[in-house]
Design a protein around this ligand. Structure first.
Ligand code: UDP
Ligand code: UDP
Length: 476
């Protein structure tokens, strides 16, 4: 009888899932992890997060620290990487190098995951690591899910691309990719490295694309009304037969801790917005790191000046934020004359702002964006029209969603990184002015905002998907 009694709490403990998150690097990858982790922590689950210190950027370190401070029940699993000889990959992006270092060290994670208490039941990892993490999880008999940091449309490309390559004439160049049931993706919209099968990024992309299909589930920061076609095609196996369950659980909300992280720096930007009339400000931001050449930055400046509109511009001039101080101030990049001429109606800052708060501010009427996926979902949630000017990577694929969903407008002809020509200030200014005056654009974006709110509300598609994910964890 005593055995029966003492067995009860144990059985209960076993029923509570323990999810070990294995995130990658780069704020565009970490923020959606932190936001999802925050949302999951409201459910009856234990959570551990594998943490590699030092991080590549200061913003990553800052946000990790806040996460663990604000969620004391979340366990930190420290992990040391094998050294990576960067000279193997001359000129490679520091975040891509970190992904590679993580990939090469993942086998060392086995004892750490096997040793967490209570016993782990599932691993949730990033697409960049999945070809190494999924086999480990399978060996340990754990569920393995991918928390995908881009769109469902991008997931369809990621999982179909290896099949496209298998079917392609081996001698032929990579061309347009017709993703079954989703859409035709032009060659020029693909992340630039995919055109070269020897690039490190491409090798990782192909391995991860093959493996994601073998996982137990894929979480995506999207919602049914935003990407109905891509989600349906992934779910019914049209993209890749036997694709795992897809949980469309977005748009995520930023954490209270993010607001605090930005507090010190952003107050001036938000204070400034408080003084501007409703919907009068163009918010300009191209992601958490530099994606625009200095010559193109000066054309953007000229365009904003010529538009006559008020603007708030988050300017990043380096790839890693730790280098920003040495890169000089805003005036060094844009010139004193510009700052004087736009005084009062334009604000430019290099600081980290709480973008969600900015997009939710009533003074903001338009978002000129590189259409990084987090930015797209934040604009969708806020119902703010987005003028998409992709710069690289998955941005053009994301911009197809901007256009198809009604969140905004995609300037398909505007050049991106690697295309030599500049978009003129005159053209930028003209488009900004036109969109600021376009009521139809504004109404379409507001409608998407309503759909986003419905999706995450009780009974909405994303809310339901989240409950299904938690149920799946409990079935382990
Ligand atoms: N972000 C922010 N403040 C900044 C710069 C960036 O809050 O000063 C956030 C932004 O809201 C988004 C993320 O960083 O959530 C950037 O991700 P995105 O996918 O838009 O672009 P990436 O930076 O990955 O190219
Ligand atoms: N990606 C992928 N598999 C990989 C590496 C990257 O599917 O092995 C995706 C990634 O999720 C993103 C896109 O490829 O949607 C471009 O990656 P990156 O994070 O470099 O995008 P950026 O921040 O440059 O937009």
């Amino acid at each position: 009888p005593t055995v029966l009694n003492s067995g009860e709490p144990d059985a209960r403990r076993r029923a509570r899932p323990h999810v070990v998150f294995v995130p990658s690097a780069g704020m565009g990858h970490l923020l959606p992890f932190f936001r999802f982790i925050g949302a999951l922590s409201a459910h009856d689950v234990d959570i551990s997060v594998v943490t590699v210190l030092p991080t590549v950027s200061a913003a990553e370190a800052d946000h990790f620290a806040r996460l663990f401070h604000d969620f004391p029940s979340i366990r930190r699993v420290d992990f040391n990487l094998l050294p990576l000889d960067a000279s193997e990959f001359p000129g490679a992006d520091p975040f891509l190098l970190r992904w590679e270092a993580l990939r090469r060290s993942m086998h060392l994670l086995v004892p750490a995951i096997a040793g967490v208490a209570p016993r782990a039941t599932a691993v949730v990892t990033d697409i960049t690591l999945v070809s190494h993490v999924n086999p480990i999880a399978k060996d340990l008999r754990l569920q393995c899910h991918v928390l995908f940091i881009s769109s469902a449309t991008m997931m369809s490309l990621c999982s179909y691309f290896p099949i496209y390559l298998d079917n392609k004439d081996a001698q032929a160049d990579v061309g347009d990719v017709d993703v079954p049931g989703v859409r035709h993706l032009k060659r020029s919209w693909l992340p630039q490295p995919l055109l070269d099968l020897d690039m490190l990024f491409t090798k990782q992309f192909i391995e991860n694309g093959r493996e994601v299909v073998k996982t137990d589930g894929v979480l995506i920061n999207t919602f049914d009304a935003l990407e109905p076609v891509a989600l349906a095609a992934l779910r019914d196996g049209t993209v890749v037969r036997g694709f795992p369950p897809v949980f469309a659980v977005g748009p995520y909300s930023s954490l209270a801790s993010e607001k605090k992280a930005a507090d010190a720096d952003q107050s001036s930007a938000l204070d400034w917005l408080d003084q501007q009339p409703a919907r009068s400000v163009v918010y300009v931001a191209f992601g958490n790191r530099c994606t625009v050449s200095n010559d193109q930055l000066r054309e953007i400046a000229a365009g904003l000046e010529a538009s006559g509109c008020r603007f708030l511009w988050i300017l990043k001039t380096t790839v890693v934020d730790r280098d920003e101080a040495a890169a000089g101030g805003v005036r060094d990049v844009l010139g004193d004359g510009f700052m004087e001429r736009v005084k009062g109606r334009g604000m430019v800052t290099k600081e980290w702002v709480d973008q969600e708060a900015v997009l939710g501010h009533p003074a903001v009427g338009l978002f000129l964006s590189h259409s990084g996926w987090n930015s797209v979902t934040e604009a969708a949630a806020a119902g703010v029209p987005l003028l998409a000017w992709p710069r690289g990577g998955d941005h053009r694929v994301a911009a197809t969603v901007v256009a198809s969903s009604g969140v905004g407008v995609w300037m398909e002809q505007w050049s991106w990184d690697g295309e030599e020509w500049l978009v003129s200030g005159e053209e930028i200014g003209g488009k900004v002015k036109e969109m600021m005056a376009d009521d139809a654009v504004r109404e379409r974006a507001a409608k998407v905002g309503e759909e986003a709110a419905k999706a995450v509300a009780e009974g909405g598609t994303s809310h339901t998907s989240m409950l299904e994910f938690v149920a799946k964890l409990k079935a382990a």
